[in-house]
Unconditional design. Structure first.
Length: 390
């Protein structure tokens, strides 16, 4: 079962990332040294290129360690949403490292292809080094990706794929060295070029994906639609619009406008919004927070009439209209509903001001007539304590 303390930025998540990365860094250091030295002694350019690729993993491990520490610092006054996007920025750095290494290796190997006298002739022992790299790198990938998925860290996933790209490149080296030993001298350099292309491609992909996150690209359309249906299934939600999502390192955030029945109380509307938030965060593990805006009507097509008077201003004007109705001095409450470009009133009076049905009907009619003298006033409903509307 997933430790929830590892899913959000904090000390537990940082410790997990540090443990995984230090393990990878140690193995990368040993393996890169073995590959480069082995490549020199066995005369394999492809193996040397693969060792440089492994060495670039060591640099990316350093970036992960630094970023993992900073990204898991608690929110503060300057960063109220936390520091998680430091992970995203660090992933861009890892991508740039990969891209640079790939270009450098590719240029060198390409030059050798056009200068046959510079081609190397690898020894059979180079095959052993290639197999060793494949075994260790695949093990590192499986270990890192498993933890990355558990704590939802895109930075660790990037590092895991860095390890997996080494597996692929080592397989290419194995084929290249084997082909050269079989009498095809160009294959070692061709393998180095292919390794370089793989490295550069992975670097470009990491940069692209992280840049999309930094500019708040939303979740996949299918995922957003699932979130939409989850919200619509919550009791009290009539409709929704302006559903927006964005990623924050390994998590996702969402905000949405939901339409609720227009006459519900503020407390009921808040309860509905909380049920929406919990429904989404429970159903979608990566979504850690949902901001819910309550609408009594579809303000996407019928925007709020902001020119309508505020409560204080409207009541002041209504008092003038009610000047001849002495019973209004005993008003217990006035509820305002801003709907359809008008203000609808609910007036609450004690039953003592209208002791019988006829008196209540007459008073209600006078209040409606007086209130509707104001153009912005729509429906007027009068309630007497202990009776229904009149």
């Amino acid at each position: 079962m997933t430790d929830t303390s590892e899913l959000l930025p904090g000390k537990s998540r940082e410790r997990t990332m540090r443990r995984v990365t230090l393990t990878a860094a140690f193995i990368n250091l040993m393996l890169s040294a073995a590959q480069i030295v082995g490549g020199v002694f066995t005369q394999s350019q492809a193996l040397i290129a693969d060792g440089m690729h492994t060495l670039s993993d060591l640099m990316s491990d350093g970036v992960v360690l630094l970023a993992g520490r900073q990204a898991n610092v608690a929110p503060d006054s300057e960063h109220p949403y936390g520091h998680a996007r430091i992970e995203t920025l660090a992933t861009v750095v890892v991508g740039l490292l990969l891209l640079g290494v790939g270009i450098g290796i590719g240029v060198d190997a390409g030059q050798r292809l056009f200068e046959p006298e510079r081609l190397l002739s690898p020894e059979p022992l180079a095959l052993g080094f290639a197999v060793l790299a494949i075994v260790f790198k695949e093990g590192l990938y499986q270990y890192t990706i498993r933890v990355a998925r558990r704590i939802r860290s895109n930075l660790l996933k990037a590092n895991a794929w860095h390890h997996r790209s080494d597996v692929v490149s080592s397989i290419v080296v194995l084929v290249g060295v084997g082909g050269t030993l079989a009498g095809l001298p160009y294959l070692d350099a061709v393998a180095a070029v292919l390794v370089a292309a793989l490295i550069a491609h992975m670097g470009g992909k990491l940069i692209w994906d992280s840049a999309r996150e930094l500019i708040d690209t939303g979740l996949a359309e299918e995922r957003v639609e699932h979130i939409r249906q989850t919200i619509l299934a919550v009791e009290g939600v009539k409709n929704l619009h302006m559903l927006r999502t964005r990623r924050m390192a390994g998590t996702a955030l969402a905000d949405v406008h939901i339409q609720v029945p227009s006459r519900v109380s503020i407390s009921e509307g808040h309860q509905i919004s909380e049920r929406v938030r919990l429904a989404v965060t429970d159903a979608f593990e990566e979504v850690t927070d949902v901001t819910v805006h309550i609408d009594p009507e579809d303000d996407e097509h019928n925007p709020p009439a902001l020119d309508l008077p505020t409560r204080t201003h409207l009541l002041s004007r209504l008092q003038g209209q009610w000047a001849e109705i002495s019973e209004t001095r005993q008003l217990e409450n006035v509820v305002l509903h801003y709907l359809g470009g008008q203000v609808h009133l609910e007036l609450y009076l004690p039953q003592s001001v209208a002791p019988d049905v006829e008196a209540a009907s007459n008073l209600s009619a006078r209040l409606r007539e007086a209130s509707k003298q104001l153009a912005e006033v729509g429906e007027v409903v009068v309630y007497f304590r202990g009776n229904g509307p009149r």
